[in-house]
Design a protein around this ligand. Structure first.
Ligand code: NDP
Length: 464
């Protein structure tokens, strides 16, 4: 039902949002733009995981790591006397100043939208009632946007390791690091720490990193990481992490032990739902602790919605923002908008980076006939400087109606290129649309519109 002033009678606010991360802030600002009186509560820093201890500082660390390769390449382009040493404390100071600046921008965005920010630990005290550090506030709608935190229970001893929170606050680079896990965070920080100069061992239990991504990207990524000097300890269950005076030991199921001076736990994240008073109000939680929601982000309790990582749908900042805005538009302006979770692009900022949107070859092949188009080459800049890194691109095309179902890339600028192609996929582009697109030359991205013949076709559906 659309928002109306009568909704607000006897309430202090029209909406109370728990959590001032990207999703909570986007939802609150959008609701305020529709005329709602909004309070947002935050018990840590404004900006949440993405701005304070996730995407943003991670990317700043990735840029720092990229200079080691850039310096190498510069020599191939005729530069002499190019060398340097990474001083992590300098980077840490500059990063802290930048995060302070961004937090200030987030605070002023909240302020200029007319949203009230209350710092403190919030919990639901009753239907439509939120307690923040002992004070009670009332609103007919409450939005849970409390995000997630690193999981520490995948194996004994993990609580002694750094998580993505602590690694971003390092002031000194460890000589060697054991990265435990094979997902987004593990692969990104293994790459970054190796680029900065640490000796990195990446330990994961699957045969390949990045479960869920296209197999051709996973294979090539593993080979590229190994080529960059990262030791891959794959295909064996991980049993326990132990700490002693010299560092860390990771015990594996085959009896082998991996050692390093430091350890990074990157074994997934958990939704922040503990001690929020949710269960008492009838909010159903899934086995992983996430808030169960419907397609409109409505929880099982009346008047309570949840968005972002706390719902453990697709744990990406832009998805949380889209869910938050859809909630606010729906509840406060009567627009019936739903987030389409089916076609969401994502990138892994490793070296080389990779990015994907849509179906993998395996997923598409299980649904019907597909045609696969590929291109693999040494990029001009790398080849000129004598590097061996290659770029790989893949299109997964529906064998019946020519629609492009998946775009996958490993190589320089993958995230930027796939972001642009995500528009084409969202519009339902066909391979013929790609073919009639004239290339921008000389670029790497042009290869996506120059793939003529499929490298293989599957004639009929294969088992999933
Ligand atoms: P992921 O879910 O991506 O990866 C978790 C990893 O931990 C997997 O490799 C998993 O192995 C492994 N693992 C879990 N339990 C165990 C266990 N008992 N023993 C051994 N290994 C185990 O989580 P992340 O923490 O890397 O990232 C969390 C989320 O944050 C991501 O899903 C993503 O949505 C988001 N994120 C996005 C980024 C981006 O957009 N660039 C960057 C960072 C995070 P297995 O696969 O075998 O189960």
């Amino acid at each position: 039902m659309p928002f109306s002033e009568s909704d607000a009678v006897s309430h202090d606010y029209d909406l109370i949002t728990l959590g001032a991360g990207s999703g909570g802030v986007a939802a609150s600002r959008r609701a305020a733009a529709h005329g709602a009186r909004v309070l947002i509560a935050e018990n840590n820093r404004v900006g949440g995981t993405c701005v304070i201890r996730g995407c943003v500082p991670k990317k700043l660390m990735m840029y720092a790591a990229g200079f080691s390769q850039a310096l190498e390449e510069a020599r191939g382009f005729g530069w002499t006397g190019v060398s340097g040493r990474f001083e992590m404390a300098r980077w840490a100071d500059a990063k802290a100043a930048e995060i302070d600046r961004l937090e200030g921008i987030y605070r002023s965005l909240i302020d200029s939208a007319g949203v009230t920010l209350v710092m403190g630990r919030a919990r639901l005290a009753g239907p439509g009632e939120v307690e923040i550090d002992g004070r009670r506030y009332r609103a007919p709608r409450v939005l849970i946007a409390t995000g997630g935190m690193p999981a520490r229970d995948a194996m004994p001893g993990l609580d002694q390791a750094m998580t993505s929170n602590e690694v971003l606050d390092l002031r000194e680079l460890p000589a060697s690091v054991l990265v435990v896990g094979g997902g987004y965070i593990a692969v990104e920080f293994a790459s970054i720490l190796a680029g900065l100069g640490s000796r990195v061992t990446l330990a994961y239990r699957a045969e390949l990193p990045l479960r869920g991504f296209d197999i051709d990207l996973r294979r090539r990524l593993a080979a590229s990481l190994a080529e960059r000097g990262i030791e891959l300890a794959a295909g064996v269950e991980l049993n326990a992490l132990e700490r002693d005076a010299d560092g860390f030991s990771l015990r594996r199921a085959d009896g082998s032990v991996l050692r390093a001076a430091a350890a990074l736990n990157a074994t997934g994240r958990r939704p922040n739902t503990a001690d929020l008073g949710l269960e008492a109000l009838g909010v159903a939680l899934a086995a992983d602790g996430s808030v169960v929601v419907d397609a409109d982000s409505r929880s099982t309790a009346s008047g309570i919605w949840a968005i972002g990582d706390v719902t453990n749908r697709i744990n990406l900042t832009p998805v949380a923002i889209a869910e938050g805005r859809a909630f606010a538009d729906h509840e406060f302006s009567g627009q019936r908008l739903r987030v389409d979770h089916r076609t969401v692009a994502s990138a892994v900022f490793a070296d080389p980076p990779l990015a994907s949107i849509g179906l993998t070859e395996e997923q598409a092949g299980s649904l019907g006939p597909v045609a696969i188009f590929e291109s693999e080459f040494r990029p001009m800049k790398t080849a000129f400087a004598g590097g061996t890194a290659r770029t790989y691109m893949k299109l997964v095309v529906d064998g019946l109606n020519d629609r492009v179902l998946g775009v996958h890339m490993l190589g320089t600028d993958a995230a930027e290129i796939v972001q642009s192609l995500a528009v084409a996929l969202t519009c339902g582009a066909t391979k013929r649309d790609f073919d009639r697109t004239i290339a921008v030359h000389p670029t790497a991205a042009e290869e996506f519109v120059l793939m003529r013949e499929p490298v293989r076709r599957t004639a009929r559906a294969t088992a999933p």
